[in-house]
Design a protein around this ligand. Structure first.
Ligand SMILES: [Zn+2]
Length: 413
């Protein structure tokens, strides 16, 4: 098929990405732009400036999600939305999230440059706190927008310094429109894959069919603190030894449920944390993922069984607390088809793929027709200062985004 759509400007997209990457740039070539910090504000202000240059007004909602609005021919129609996030991990890269935002901006710039209007209005959205590293849980802005999380609960979340989300939003002047009355016709998000599959398969575009289910747990192991010298090995209740065996079991479970399961223990605290004291209390996290909810539920059951057994063997009490979860989420058939058609129309090698990471699109998919476009990243590395992607792949992803957004919004004749 022919699209009748112009080519996006890949060089302009790349230079915008490099310009944004200067805000919070790290010595190792990455980005540290934590959510709701002054750097986050600088990034958003740069974007607002750029969007104003193509005639877009901006507004916030009550959780500080930023909306840049490009009017359509018929503004009574619900807007077609695209976006992602500008916040990063503490040692994050230049592309995670930012690509989706600036690809959306490049779509607007291309339409403007060619004097093209869409029937429905378009909106470019920057979601608050996608990363979840400063304030947990992740995807907080899209979670509140879709009413997955209550606004007041979100306001009360604190960072390690005790600063509340609500206070940071107020400090920046980002508490805007009430939640719950913002119509959306469809949502598209372009993102780097954050995994190695597209590169290994020599594909430029991942047509994302949906997202894995995830379950996060916190595990507390209680043993007994004791002196590292006088306490014989056989008489110890060493909470760290017990925890380390559970960590091994969690890792083994990921292999047992291959090829689609992923299991990770990523954060651990040892109390009292002294080199000559047998640890009495260990707290750690478990992240389990699988595209099939039934399989994921089975894995959660196994986690309980294996932890209980290891706790008994090690004479420690083990408590497992569910922290966060969401179901495996299929995306909208029509949106998936538009992404695939866009890749075909522009001659990009593509494949269907399931998202292994959480994205704002996953919450949106529960409310509105949603699609995602993945492009490869170098060696599949993300959440890392080394994160890298090819300019031509990013341009291809942006081109497909233009196709999908215009396909949904309709080009005005
Ligand atoms: Zn991201």
């Amino acid at each position: 098929m022919t699209t009748g759509l112009p080519a996006i400007n890949g060089d302009r997209l790349w230079s915008s990405l490099m310009e944004m990457a200067k805000i919070g740039a790290t010595a190792k070539g990455g980005v540290c732009r934590l959510t709701l910090t002054d750097l986050d504000k600088q990034g958003r202000e740069l974007l607002i400036d750029w969007a104003a240059g193509v005639g877009c007004a901006h507004e916030y909602d009550a959780i500080g999600n930023l909306f840049l609005k490009r009017p359509g021919r018929d503004n009574a129609l619900d807007p077609v939305m695209t976006g992602s996030h500008l916040d990063s991990q503490p040692t994050g890269g230049k592309f995670d999230g930012v690509f989706g935002v600036l690809a959306g901006l490049e779509v607007f710039r291309t339409l403007e440059e060619h004097g093209l209007a869409t029937q429905a209005p378009l909106e470019l959205t920057v979601w608050t706190n996608e990363e979840g590293s400063r304030f947990s849980p992740p995807m907080l802005g899209s979670g509140v927008f879709t009413e997955t999380f209550a606004l007041d609960w979100a306001y009360g979340i604190k960072d390690d310094a005790g600063i509340r989300v609500g206070d940071e939003l107020a400090r920046h002047g980002w508490i805007g429109n009430a939640i719950g009355n913002h119509p959306v016709a469809a949502y598209f998000e372009a993102h780097i894959e954050q995994g190695p599959v597209l590169e290994a398969e020599s594909k430029t575009i991942g047509v994302v069919k949906g997202a894995q289910g995830q379950r996060w747990f916190e595990i507390t192991v209680l043993g007994q603190e004791a002196h590292a010298g006088p306490t014989p090995m056989a008489m110890r209740k060493d909470a760290l030894v017990c925890a380390s065996r559970i960590v091994q079991a969690v890792n083994a479970m990921g292999f047992e449920h291959a090829p689609h399961a992923c299991t990770t223990c990523g954060l651990i605290k040892v109390i009292p944390g002294s080199r000559n004291v047998i640890p009495g209390n260990v707290w750690f996290t478990v992240d389990m993922r699988h595209p099939d909810d039934a399989e994921l539920a089975a894995m959660a059951g196994e986690l309980h069984d294996v932890s209980t057994r290891i706790g008994q063997e090690q004479k420690c009490a083990v408590q497992i607390d569910p922290f966060w979860e969401f179901h495996a989420t299929p995306f909208d058939r029509g949106c998936i088809d538009l992404v695939r058609q866009g890749a075909d129309a522009w001659g990009y090698a593509h494949m269907d793929i399931i998202s292994g990471a959480g994205h704002d699109a996953v919450y949106m998919a529960g409310k509105v027709p949603t699609g995602m476009i993945f492009v490869p990243c170098e060696n599949g590395i993300s959440h890392n200062e080394m994160e890298n992607a090819k300019s031509e792949d990013l341009a291809a992803g942006c081109q497909v985004l233009l196709h999908a957004v215009c396909g949904k919004a309709g080009l005005a004749g």
